[in-house]
Design a protein around this ligand. Structure first.
Ligand code: ATP
Ligand code: MG
Length: 298
């Protein structure tokens, strides 16, 4: 059992920070620039306000601008997929929303409040949690200790036992292996552990970066099933995937990101039927499936 609040570095590691300081504080009022750029306002079912509202977000690395005005929103209980080719800026988008990268323009609102420019731990504290690409579990800690790391903030800690029971019920394989070092898990089990750790924090929205990458087809099925069950628990999901075929089939709505801007958006099934999406991404997705199934670790 881990006691006390782990140093922020642990959290940063879990979030996939590579020697990169969390986004610095900045003046919120000053950051309230008008929305512009190529991002498109999509249609979402009218009604409740969005949980996550990304508005003309700009960010990059050093002098290189990667996000050139990305706009999209995630509504209550929705799975929204963000799809696009390698290097389109999907991971950069998630890292900027999480505060790991400092935005250079635009706005991010989470349950109605500006969060762009806030440090990562505050964003996490508000319930916006990211499962990073590559899982970032702690191999020498046990499965249970890894899960407990997801609930180190006081509010989550108070509900640790209850959430642990829920996560272990969602992933029975983790219950079987809870005392085992996490490094001994298969790739698919490690992905489940990474998702479970985020659920321990009691997310109000979960962002997943390439959860199916490198996994065998049957394990991919399981991961997509779990994402569906997370939606059933009323936790909205922002899903980043190169497996365009599967993510469009699962998502309520989706956005296509190309070179740092949203170029298409719509309901998942509608996008999957569009010629330009089929040509550009669905062929690619099948190819990915073939490659990943022979390279599977799950
Ligand atoms: N730490 C970094 N320093 C400099 N450039 C970076 C860094 N990380 C990403 N980039 C560049 O930013 C662009 C977008 O990268 P990003 O990782 O966001 O793409 P992605 O859509 O997630 O791609 P993939 O599907 O391969 O994961 C790429 O051109 C990439 O080379
Ligand atoms: Mg990526």
């Amino acid at each position: 059992m881990l006691r006390g609040r782990p140093p922020l570095r642990l959290l940063d590691f879990a979030l996939g920070v590579d020697g990169c300081a969390p986004g610095g504080q900045r003046d919120h009022d000053a950051a309230d620039e008008s929305a512009e750029g190529p991002g498109r306002r999509p249609t979402r079912a009218a009604g409740a306000p969005p949980v996550l509202d990304v508005d003309a977000l700009r960010a990059g690395y050093g002098d290189v601008t990667v996000l050139r005005g990305v706009s999209f929103e995630v509504g209550p209980g929705e799975i929204v997929a963000l799809v696009g080719a390698n290097g389109a800026g999907k991971t950069t988008t998630l890292r900027t929303i999480s505060g790991l990268l400092r935005p250079t323009g635009g706005a991010v609102r989470f349950v109605g409040e500006r969060i762009d420019g806030l440090p990562t731990h505050e964003i996490v504290g508000r319930g916006l949690l990211q499962v990073p690409e590559g899982r970032k579990i702690f191999p020498s800690l046990s499965v249970q200790e890894n899960l407990e790391l997801g609930s180190y903030l006081p509010a989550a800690k108070a509900r640790r036992a209850e959430r642990l029971a829920q996560v272990l019920a969602l992933f029975p394989i983790l219950a079987e292996r809870r005392r085992q070092p996490a490094g001994t898990l298969s790739g698919g089990e490690q992905q489940m552990l990474a998702i479970g750790r985020s659920l321990m924090g009691g997310p109000r929205l979960l962002m997943l970066d390439e959860p199916s990458l490198g996994l065998a087809p049957r394990v991919v099925d399981r991961i997509f099933e779990v994402i569906d069950r997370i939606r059933a628990q009323e936790i909205p999901v922002l899903l980043v995937e190169q497996n365009v075929h599967r993510s469009l089939a699962l998502a309520d709505r989706a956005y296509v990101l190309e070179q740092g801007a949203v170029t298409l958006s719509g309901r998942g099934a509608e996008l999957a039927a569009r010629d330009e999406v089929r040509r550009a991404y669905l062929g690619l997705s099948r190819d990915n499936d073939r490659i990943t199934s022979s390279d599977a670790t799950g």
